[in-house]
Every structure is written in structure tokens, then in C-alpha cells.
Write a protein that binds this ligand. Structure first.
Ligand SMILES: Nc1ncnc2c1ncn2[C@@H]1O[C@H](COP(=O)(O)OP(=O)(O)OP(=O)(O)O)[C@@H](O)[C@H]1O
Length: 766
């Protein structure tokens, strides 16, 4: 780890890896390794190294002053400092535009301010105290946490003389994300998705000490346990009301207590609001009033990213699985996307093996290597449940896990879920219409029309209390009940603002997505690959027969060119327009566990770029083998020019195909838009009619027009065109023009891919 060099009052100081304090001495600033305990007002803050990075933590900046780091006013209580160069720190007398306050919303942000942060001590950590590492089970961590989302060195703890824990690293306290906190015994913090209660019991023996310390639970290396959350996440809904479009009440004053580790079934007639309850727990539907408490000490606030980690959702049906992946591949990719970036392949294999065994997916022996598309309905449901279990969820929500299954499989899945809650220490909430095996759950929550909780309790008690012999009778009665008026006024409470979801954007995630996309593309099947090659080849044949001169100056050069760029453009768009919309359910599942749309789309773009590189090569070589190319100009060999232009036209169209796919709610809509794009590209490429004035410029973003113009400029089409063909300003020869046209095609590709990322994100967070 590098030291930190700071320039204070004209003096450069090098800070070794330990806490140093920024003190005020009258008008002078000094840096000291000891705090100003006697005069706390003198202490402006401290520099602290945390897991290889340096931070400045502001403590006590006088109101009339501004503390500046590298010239910029310090606006946050904690900010990261650059290493490898000198950081200048100064105290100035000008008025700060914004005071030091980490939770103040940005200017122009009119959403209600979130509640104040919890009282977490923020002075400097003790010097010289033993440093304990909190990390994943199976690593060398002193405090091991059985949680796949915890890194090997997730956070460090130092304990002061008063027994307070000074924790540094990524953690959540009271549902709020922090990079450090000072907590006392009994206080709770979350690392990864696991709640840990501060207690000396969690500490290993001090160095040099032999045998267990009195009152200390001895930890064995590799011991699998969660420090505190042995039984899953507790869920409490406190008078929660949620409203949908046009003011429709979806949940009406719902109060509910679910103990950790319980298996709970939510039943009720169609349209009652069961799914709305799940959406509120996932954070996809924001409560209008009331509070949702997940786990201990959240005070009704949970950072959306933490909620994504702790709450895992198994959607209805099996549309959200890739049918061409095997069972083992499905679970492995899911495990990698639900694990900390530093997880080893061996850990992933162990986790997958464990889930296969516990869900009975390891028998017969070839089952793990069968493709998901070849499994029975019940087996597919198990794979879908396993997809979340590999991430060791704290709260598992399932929407109709047994719909469409026969009663035997229905019972088997319900029994499996019972076992899952015990073996994976998680709370399970099942929305179901199937009431035959409700005896297997701990509690039933009955939701009536209008989103009200009609009753909740152990299954046999609920039936008895409501005076019905069977669940079917109860459902019939609830179905008959009129719903409460749908658009009645709802009291607005302290709505938590919907904060943007921070992205998970690590290299390990991108690598997994790339690997998965490559596997999926290579499994498209021989027939599909043959079509992929045959169509551009056949169309290249049209270009071959269009003119014996090929791309040499001749009467039909324009027609040859038009065919070649149209082949490239249509092939590119055809590759991707059905892709994102077709995979949407599976991708959305990844998004729910924290994978951002950027790496998802990037992985697709990279794999399809590879496919385009091959197809462009096939088209170019097929044409060049039979027909002549133009003479070399601008120092660019004609074969390289043709390959480059065909590839860029294909890429730009491929990007537009992704954009269409990301913005289309259904495949039908994507077909409509891509047809429109194809016709536009053919009609406005520049060879059918003159594109002058504004249209001439506006169509300059179309891949066919750019591609055609690039080759036209290279082979000087304006001079050699057929008399009937119009002259176009974009076709004038010139080396600058040639390169600008190619760069523009690249830009169209990049902008379209970036647009696809944003569109998809907006659709999923709206
Ligand atoms: N965002 C929304 N805006 C307006 N109405 C909505 C919204 N979401 C759902 N609804 C409607 O609210 C009612 C409750 O929907 P919800 O999906 O929660 O019911 P459900 O009990 O899960 O039904 P089912 O068992 O049929 O899946 C339905 O009438 C539904 O059409």
C-alpha cells in the first residue's frame, strides 16, 4: 500500500499507513499522528487508510471556513484521496456553497430528504489496536461470515479500550451504506447481505493466547456459520400502503410480522394484491406510507442495493432460464453473478454441487449436464429455485412456484422449500393459488381484494378462525367480496425516496456475462449458424452478378455497392433485434440481484461484434474472390477497405438492432421497428434517389448511407457513376471524408449500444 503525501501550509508531509489528524493551530494547519483530544475543536478531521485506499474524514470544520482539498471544497464527511501524487489541503475563509453534509440531496433534487443518518460515532480509530479482518468463510479472515457476497478481506475491525468496534470497509448500518462505523456491543451492521451483531463472542483468540478465551466461541477454520443471522431475515410491514397507476390502491394498510426462518404462504383471490406485496418487499413498488423493516435495526430504511442483495425473487414459470444451458452451467453462472468478485472457482463449484444435491438435481447422474430445455416442468422449477439458492439468500420470495404442476410435484416442491428454509437459513415467502399443501408452511397470510390482509396465522388456525372447512371455500368467499373503492384518497406518509440503484460493475461480472453470452451464441444450433452464413453469402452472390466489373469504375458500381452495404446492414440488425427482448426475463433476473445493464449489454455487443467480424470477412472474401476491387488509394489496401466498411456498417446496424431490442416491450414490437429500420436503410442509402438538403444530412446517421458513402468516396463514385445515378456530396473522394465516414459509423454503433443500456435501465427502474 502506498503512503499518502499531503501539502499542508506549504509543507509536504508523507503519511505512513496509519491514521493522522489534521489540526488547526491558530491560522496554521498541521498534521499529527495524535488526536487533539483535549481541544476537539482544533481537529478538522483525519486521514485514514482503509483496505489499500486513503480517505479524508472531516470532523470539525468551522462554519465560516472552507476546507479545500486540491482546491475543491470538501463537501462530504468522507472522501477518497488520490495516492501517487501530493494532495494539497488548505483552509480558506470564503463561504462554502454547501456545508459538509453527506446526506444532503443534490441541488435541483426535489425529492424529500431521507431521514438523518443513524448516530454512528465518527472520530478516529484507535492507534495500535489489533486489526481483525472480516471476510468470507473459508478464507483467512479472523471473523468469517458465511455469505457469498462477502469478500475475502471485506472489512477490518479495531477495538478500543472501551470495547467499541471501529469498522472500516463496505458495510450498512441502519440500512444506510457506509465505509466505516464505530459500534458498541449489541449494535447491528450488515456486510454483504448478512447482519452481524457486535459482540466479543465473534472475536478469535488474541495472538499469543492459547486455548479458548473464557466466554469466546472458538472458531474452526472453514466452519460454516453465519455470525448472527442463523435463521434468515425477519420481515415487518408497518401499516404499509402502496398505490399503482392512476391512484389504484394495491396494498391497503398492511401490517405483517414474519419471523426469521419461517415459511409463509400468501394466498388470496386473483387480483387481490399478492404480487404487489412481493414487489414492495423487493423494492420494485414504493410504499406510499408505512414502513418495511427487513432484518434487525433497519428503522424502515434499507439501501436499495442492500435490498437487492438480501431479497431474492423466483419468478413464476420457467421463462427466465436459458433453455440451451445445462443445469450445472445455469447454476454456475448464477452463482458467479451472485458472489463477491474475488470468489474462487472452487468455491463456486462447491456451492453449485451443494444446491444440486439438496434440490435432488444430481440424480440421475447425467441430470446436471442436461440442457434446461430438455427437463420436466418440476425439474425446471427446481433449477429456477436453485438459481437463487446459490446466492444463499436471506429472504426468498417465490411467485407461484408450483403452478401447472401435478399435485405430487406440487407437494414435493413445497416440502423442498420447507427444507430450504432450514438448510439455507432463509425466510421463505410463497405466493400461491395452490392450497392443497398449505399444511407444510408455518403461516398463511390471506390477502383480500383491495390489497388488505384478511388474516394471518398458522394454516389450521386461519381456517378455523375464518369458519371454513377448506381453503377452496375461503377463496370462493373472498372472491365474492366486493373490493374497497379503488381510487379512494390515500394518506401520504413519509415516502422513502426511490434512490437510484448503484451499479455492480466489476470485471469478474463482465467476464461471467461474456462467457455466458459466448456459450449461448455458440449453442444456437447448426441450422441457425448455417442460415447466419448462408443469407449474407447468397446476397453477396447478387452483388457478384450485378456487374462483371465489381467495384472497379463501371456502370454498375453503385448497384454493387448498394447490395454489399445493404447485406451488411440487414445482417447486423438481424443478429440482435430479437436478442435482448428474447432474453429479457433472464436478464431482468440478473438485474434484480445487482448486475447492471451496462455489462449485460456490453457482453452481448462484444460477442456479436465477434460474429460480425467473421461474417464481414466471409462477405468480403467471397466477393473479392470473384470480382475486382477498386485500385488502392489513401494508402489503404482495397481488401482492407472493403472489410472495414462492411464490418463497420454491420456493427452500426447491430447496435441499432440492440437499441430496438432494448426498447421493445415484446418481440412483435421489435419486429415492427426492425422492419422499419431495414426499409429506411434500403430507401435512404443514397442510391435510390437524391438525398439533398436537410434529409441528406439527417440520413448521415444511417449505417447503409455511411458505408456506401465510405466506399464511394474511396472509389470516387461521383466520377465513375452510371449517368442515371445521382451525384451525392457524401461520395466525393477525399482521404479525410473517407475516415470521417468510417468514424461516424463507429460512433453510431457506440451511441446505439449506450442508448440500449440506458433504455433497458429506464424500463426496469420506472
Ligand atoms: N402498477 C399498477 N397500477 C395499477 N394497477 C395495478 C398495478 N399493478 C397491479 N395492478 C392491479 O392491481 C391488482 C392487484 O394486482 P396483483 O398483481 O398484486 O394481484 P395478485 O393477487 O398477485 O393477482 P394474481 O393472483 O392474479 O397474480 C390487479 O387488479 C392488478 O391488475
Amino acid at each position: 500500500m502506498s503512503s499518502l503525501r499531503v501539502l499542508v501550509d506549504g509543507q509536504e508531509v508523507e503519511l505512513p499507513e496509519d491514521v493522522h489528524y489534521l489540526l488547526r493551530d491558530g491560522e496554521r494547519l498541521t498534521v499529527s499522528p495524535t488526536p487533539a483530544d483535549a481541544e476537539p475543536d482544533r481537529q478538522l478531521g483525519f486521514f485514514v487508510p482503509i483496505l489499500g485506499r486513503w480517505f479524508f474524514h472531516a470532523d470539525n470544520v468551522p462554519a465560516a471556513r472552507v476546507l479545500r482539498i486540491d482546491g475543491a471544497a470538501v463537501r462530504n464527511v468522507r472522501q477518497e484521496l488520490p495516492t501517487g501524487r501530493v494532495t494539497e489541503v488548505a483552509l480558506t475563509t470564503d463561504v462554502a456553497t454547501r456545508p459538509v453534509n453527506p446526506r444532503r440531496p443534490a441541488d435541483g433534487d426535489h425529492t424529500p430528504a431521507p431521514p438523518p443518518p443513524p448516530p454512528v460515532h465518527t472520530a478516529a480509530p484507535p492507534r495500535g489496536a489489533i486489526r481483525y479482518v472480516i471476510g468470507r468463510v473459508g478464507t483467512k479472515a479472523d471473523i468469517p461470515v458465511d455469505d457469498p457476497l462477502v469478500r475475502a478481506r471485506h472489512a477490518t475491525v479495531r477495538i478500543d479500550s472501551k470495547g467499541r468496534w471501529w469498522i472500516a470497509g463496505e458495510l450498512y448500518v441502519d440500512g444506510v451504506r457506509r465505509m466505516s462505523a464505530t459500534l458498541t456491543d449489541g449494535q447491528v451492521f450488515v456486510v454483504g447481505q448478512t447482519a452481524v451483531t457486535v459482540s466479543p463472542d465473534l472475536l478469535p483468540n488474541a495472538p499469543g493466547q492459547t486455548g479458548p478465551r473464557p466466554g469466546v466461541r472458538e472458531l474452526r477454520s472453514g466452519e460454516l456459520r453465519r455470525p448472527t443471522t442463523e435463521t434468515g431475515l425477519a420481515v415487518r410491514l408497518d401499516h404499509v400502503t402502496a398505490v399503482g397507476d392512476k391512484g389504484k390502491v394495491l396494498l391497503d394498510d398492511v401490517s405483517l410480522d414474519i419471523a426469521p426462518g419461517q415459511v409463509v404462504a400468501v394466498v388470496g383471490p386473483s387480483g387481490a394484491g399478492k404480487s404487489s406485496l412481493i414487489k414492495v418487499l423487493m423494492g420494485e413498488l414504493t410504499e406510499t406510507s408505512g414502513k418495511v423493516h427487513l432484518g434487525p435495526g433497519t428503522d424502515g430504511r434499507t439501501d436499495p442495493q442492500l435490498r437487492r442483495r438480501q431479497v431474492r425473487y423466483v419468478p413464476q414459470g420457467d421463462e427466465d432460464l436459458f433453455k440451451t444451458l445445462t443445469v450445472r452451467e445455469t447454476l454456475s453462472y448464477a452463482a458467479r453473478l451472485r458472489a463477491a468478485a474475488d470468489t474462487l472457482p472452487r468455491e463456486i463449484d462447491d456451492r453449485v454441487g451443494d444446491v444440486l444435491r439438496r434440490l435432488g438435481l444430481d440424480q440421475p447422474a447425467d441430470l446436471p449436464d442436461r440442457r434446461v430445455g430438455n427437463l420436466s416442468g418440476g425439474q425446471r422449477r427446481r433449477v429456477s429455485i436453485g438459481t437463487e439458492l446459490v446466492g444463499s439468500p436471506q429472504l426468498l420470495l417465490l411467485d407461484e412456484p408450483t403452478s401447472g404442476l401435478d399435485p405430487g410435484k406440487d407437494r414435493a416442491i413445497m416440502a423442498d422449500l420447507r427444507a430450504v428454509s432450514v438448510t439455507y437459513h432463509c425466510t421463505v415467502l410463497i405466493v400461491t393459488h395452490s392450497t392443497e399443501h398449505l399444511g407444510l408452511v408455518d403461516r398463511v397470510v390471506v390477502v383480500a381484494k383491495g390489497g388488505r390482509v384478511h388474516d394471518a396465522g398458522p394454516p389450521e388456525t386461519v381456517l378455523r378462525t375464518l369458519g371454513h372447512a377448506t381453503w377452496a371455500d375461503l377463496m370462493v368467499e373472498l372472491d365474492r367480496e366486493p373490493a374497497t373503492p379503488e381510487n379512494r384518497p390515500v394518506t401520504a406518509g413519509s415516502t422513502p425516496p426511490r434512490s437510484p440503484l448503484p451499479a455492480r460493475w466489476d470485471l469478474a461480472g463482465l467476464r461471467t456475462l461474456l462467457h455466458r453470452q459466448f456459450t449461448l451464441t455458440s449453442r444456437r444450433g447448426l441450422r441457425s449458424l448455417a442460415v447466419l452464413l448462408a443469407v449474407p453469402l447468397i446476397c453477396t452472390g447478387f452483388a457478384v452478378v450485378a456487374s462483371p466489373d465489381g467495384l472497379r469504375p463501371g456502370a454498375e458500381m453503385g448497384a454493387v455497392l448498394a447490395i454489399l452495404v445493404t447485406v451488411a446492414a440487414l445482417t447486423g440488425a438481424a443478429l440482435t433485434y430479437p436478442d435482448i427482448v428474447g432474453d429479457e426475463k433472464t436478464l431482468r433476473r440478473d438485474f434484480r440481484v445487482g448486475v447492471e445493464t451496462a455489462p449485460m449489454i456490453l457482453a452481448k455487443a462484444l460477442v456479436y461484434s465477434g460474429v460480425c467480424a467473421v461474417l464481414a470477412g466471409v462477405v468480403t472474401v467471397a466477393f473479392a474472390l470473384v470480382r475486382a476491387l477498386p485500385p488502392m488509394v489513401y494508402g489503404v489496401p482495397p481488401l482492407a477497405m472493403l472489410y472495414g466498411v462492411v464490418l463497420l456498417t454491420m456493427l452500426a446496424s447491430m447496435g441499432l438492432g440492440m437499441f430496438i431490442s432494448a426498447g421493445s416491450p415484446s418481440l412483435e414490437r421489435a419486429v415492427t421497428w426492425s422492419t422499419l429500420l431495414a426499409v429506411t436503410q434500403v430507401a435512404l442509402s443514397g442510391t435510390l434517389f437524391r438525398l439533398g438538403g436537410v434529409i441528406g444530412v439527417a440520413t448521415g446517421v444511417l449505417p447503409t448511407r455511411l458505408g456506401l458513402a465510405a466506399v464511394a468516396s474511396y472509389s470516387d463514385l461521383n466520377r465513375h457513376r452510371r449517368p442515371a445515378l445521382y451525384e451525392d456530396w457524401m461520395w466525393d473522394s477525399g482521404v479525410g471524408r473517407f475516415w470521417v465516414l468510417n468514424i461516424m459509423a463507429m460512433l453510431v454503433f457506440l451511441v446505439a449500444v449506450a442508448g440500449a443500456v440506458r433504455l433497458l435501465h429506464r424500463r426496469w427502474t420506472r
